[in-house]
Design a protein around this ligand. Structure first.
Ligand SMILES: Cc1cc2nc3c(=O)[nH]c(=O)nc-3n(C[C@H](O)[C@H](O)[C@H](O)COP(=O)(O)OP(=O)(O)OC[C@H]3O[C@@H](n4cnc5c(N)ncnc54)[C@H](O)[C@@H]3O)c2cc1C
Ligand SMILES: NC(=O)c1ccc[n+]([C@@H]2O[C@H](COP(=O)([O-])OP(=O)(O)OC[C@H]3O[C@@H](n4cnc5c(N)ncnc54)[C@H](OP(=O)(O)O)[C@@H]3O)[C@@H](O)[C@H]2O)c1
Length: 471
């Protein structure tokens, strides 16, 4: 373990992005496990609210998952920790301004944008990125003015990951199921009036290759007012899939998914208000419609195995058009470049090796620059995955510190706070966020909801600062 020289030389680290990866990075730095002595962590987020996708991604009907924030709140009370909410790095404060003041800068900015299908009709009204839909129902301020036409009878969700399952489930919840959650008020109102009767979830590969996890699949079969429909043909496995499931080190999750969906295929729909239909081996080729989405053309796929047995989808000549008024494209998230930070456009991650950011010209680490979380490794993995990821990055930072490879920043003794006050005068500290939090929880209490989310940044800032004046 590395001992810092003396309190006169604190190790100053800026962490950019207050999602799980940001909090786990801060936690490890301040834990006393990797480093001892005077360590100071400033955690920045572009929003006044911390927690990233725990607040704006995790489905509102999964409140238990969100209790992970208790661990983050414990980090926030540690000596040496400061939160700067409402400060966008690359916009309010430049990367170089951080690099000039901190011994190390760690980017944990996530991957909040959508991947494109690249098919005709993708931009027709009614064709929606799941990233936007999720942000909207979760009350992300960037999505507060979006609206979705839910007056059609059928929606098609493209993709077989857990986000596709979340989105399908949210479309199938009843007003009673919704009204006890922290779903944004605008979304509760719209979803409660939805006329959608059928939600088709489309996987380009087979059931055995679906990315969703079994508890999430199970929930689809336990909804209050929605039937789950899987055709017997769709659970019939081809030879490649059978081999895949029986391979050495096979994933038990895939086997459980197949068993559960097979059970679904034997169910007779009970005439509930909505139906969720799982379909496999079908890829979208075109979204069709004159003024807006009227349907989606899909091609039937077959699976082809490579030498390792990995199964890919190959289109056949068989196509069909599924009539629908809403298409939700849920094929994964994508990171965005930050000014001044090397970005690998192909992988949509910060250019890095094990968390050390690399100069793309030399492929050498840039001293003092690190990354963790989805923007380091791409948009996969659950909340807990980011803990190990962050700890791995901190291990690199500590190794560099021990090897004397951290740079001496020219303005090490300059506190960032005056610069932030000048550039983002209405930013909030953790106490300011806690005032927003208390306000939201108090609004939710009489309605039996965990909170009523504020969705407008000005309103958040008003609450955060009004409380400060009263303190
Ligand atoms: C829809 C959805 C549902 C999910 N549900 C679950 C679930 O139920 N259970 C589970 O375990 N996992 C779930 N996950 C996965 C989990 O949310 C992620 O693993 C995790 O949030 C990734 O953490 P992160 O810190 O890398 O990114 P994020 O959580 O995205 O955090 C990044 C943060 O960086 C901030 N930021 C971005 N750019 C800047 C900038 N320039 N300056 C300052 N701040 C910036 C953002 O505002 C954000 O707060 C879900 C993911 C999605 C998309
Ligand atoms: N409850 C939870 O724990 C929870 C909830 C939500 C999210 N998460 C996690 O968050 C991460 C991100 O989830 P995600 O659902 O966005 O991503 P994901 O798990 O990577 O799933 C993406 C899906 O999109 C499909 N896809 C990709 N490109 C496609 C294309 N061009 N056409 C058709 N389909 C395409 C993929 O199919 P292929 O397999 O064929 O590529 C896959 O089924 C995952 O790790 C997930 O587990 C967890």
């Amino acid at each position: 373990m590395t001992e810092r020289e003396s309190p006169a030389h604190p190790l100053k680290v800026a962490v950019v992005g207050a999602g799980p990866a940001g909090f786990y990075s801060a936690a490890q730095l301040l834990s006393g496990k990797a480093l001892q002595g005077d360590v100071r962590v400033d955690l920045f987020d572009r929003l006044p609210t911390p927690y990233g996708l725990v607040r704006f991604g995790v489905a509102p009907d999964h409140p238990k998952i969100k209790t992970v924030i208790k661990a983050y709140d414990k980090v926030a009370v540690k000596d040496g920790f400061r939160f700067f909410g409402g400060v966008e790095i690359g916009e309010d404060v430049e990367h170089q301004e951080l690099a000039d003041r901190y011994d190390a800068v760690i980017y944990t900015t996530g991957a909040s944008h959508d991947r494109r299908l690249g098919i005709p009709g993708e931009d027709l009204p009614g064709s929606v990125a799941a990233t936007d839909f999720v942000a909207w129902y979760n009350g992300h301020p960037d999505a507060k003015d979006l609206s979705f036409d839910l007056s059609c009878k059928r929606a098609v969700v493209i993709g077989n990951g857990n986000v596709a399952v979340d989105v399908a489930r949210m479309l199938a919840l009843t007003p009673d199921e919704l009204k006890v959650t922290d779903t944004a008020d605008h979304a509760i109102e719209a979803l409660s009036g939805s006329e959608i009767e059928e939600i088709v979830v489309l996987g380009r590969r087979g059931l055995a290759q679906a990315a969703f996890t079994t508890p999430e699949l199970r929930e689809l079969g336990e909804l209050e007012d929605a039937d789950i429909v899987v055709s017997p043909e769709d659970v019939e496995l081809d030879e490649g899939s059978r081999n895949w499931l029986e391979r050495d080190g096979a994933d038990a999750r895939e086997q459980k998914n197949v068993a559960l969906a097979t059970e679904y295929s034997t169910r007779t729909p009970e005439g509930r208000k909505r139906r969720i239909v799982l379909r496999f081996l079908a890829s979208p080729v075109k979204i069709v419609g004159e003024e807006r989405v009227e349907g989606i053309e899909v091609v039937r796929n077959e699976l082809v195995a490579d030498d390792d047995g990995w199964l890919s989808a190959r289109p056949t000549s068989e196509t069909e058009t599924i009539e629908c008024g809403l298409v939700l494209r849920s094929i994964g998230y994508r990171g965005r470049p930050l000014p001044g930070v090397p970005f690998d456009d192909q992988r949509a991650t910060i250019n890095n090796l094990d968390g050390r950011v690399l100069d793309p010209e030399t492929a050498e680490p840039i001293p003092g620059l690190y990354t963790a979380g989805w923007v380091k490794r791409g948009p996969s993995g659950i909340i807990g995955t980011n803990k190990k990821c962050a700890n791995d990055t901190i291990a690199q930072l500590v190794a560099d510190l021990e090897a004397g490879k951290l740079p001496t920043p020219p303005k090490h003794d300059d506190d960032i706070a005056p610069l932030v006050a000048e550039r983002a005068p209405r930013h909030v500290d953790y106490a300011g966020w806690k005032r927003i939090d208390e306000h939201e929880v108090a609004l939710g209490e009489p309605q039996g909801r965990p909170r009523v989310k504020l969705v407008d940044v000005d309103e958040m800032l008003r609450v955060a600062h009004a409380g400060a004046a009263a303190d």
